[in-house]
Ligand binder design. Structure first.
Ligand SMILES: O=C(O)CCC(=O)C(=O)O
Length: 194
């Protein structure tokens, strides 16, 4: 059982951070690293095709699809361990999720640029719950308005970060390159497609 939650207020939103949400993150990391059919889609950047700088997969309830890296992807069935986490998140946070985007950063060269999870199919004010496994990585936030400074959190293995509504409306987040990180990290972002 996790020890507690830290609330981080943001102007226009807020974060709940559970540093030790999972008891054995390393086993789940190994299970997912070896068991998920990871993909590396091509993405268009300034008119040129590039491989996405991380591996991904998308799981969830049957029949859903989600647009990432410019392409629509249908859900793969929930792996048992991730479905169990989805069920536990409903108990612990009160938020109900029907899919999860999985990201595998093989080392500190893999990354994700600034964006908001604000696609129309997530509804007007989505909640995003993000579980981290493996290497600790910096997670950066900046307001869309540019009004306040960038903020940084170090996401621990086994942690849960809940980005509360309406954070996606006003803030962007990113996982920058960290050249010194040799270990892999897996991130599960639970979402609700409406
Ligand atoms: O890996 C992370 O912690 C961030 C993932 C993320 O921003 C996303 O999937 O939209």
């Amino acid at each position: 059982m996790f020890s507690g939650v830290q609330h981080i207020p943001l102007v226009g939103g807020g974060l709940d951070y559970y540093a030790d949400y999972l008891a054995d993150p390393q086993s789940l990391f190994a299970e997912l690293r070896d068991g998920i059919a990871w993909q590396q889609p091509l993405v268009m950047v300034y008119g040129r095709e590039h491989l996405t700088p991380r591996l991904v997969n998308f799981v969830g309830d049957t029949g859903l699809s989600y647009q990432y890296s410019g392409v629509s992807h249908a859900t793969a069935p929930w792996p048992n361990a991730i479905r169990a986490l989805r069920d536990q998140l409903l108990v612990d946070t009160g938020f109900d999720f029907n899919c999860a985007l999985l990201n595998y950063y093989r080392d500190g060269n893999d990354c994700m640029g600034y964006h908001s999870d604000d696609e129309p199919e997530l509804g007007r004010a989505p909640c995003i719950a993000s579980i981290s496994l493996g290497a600790e990585r910096d997670f950066c936030f900046k307001p869309k308005s540019g009004a306040t400074k960038m903020q940084k959190l170090n996401l621990a293995s086994g942690s849960l970060l809940v980005m509360l509504p309406p954070t996606q409306q006003y803030w962007q987040h990113a996982l920058p390159v960290r050249k010194g990180v040799a270990q892999g990290r897996i991130n599960l972002t639970f979402r609700k497609l409406v």
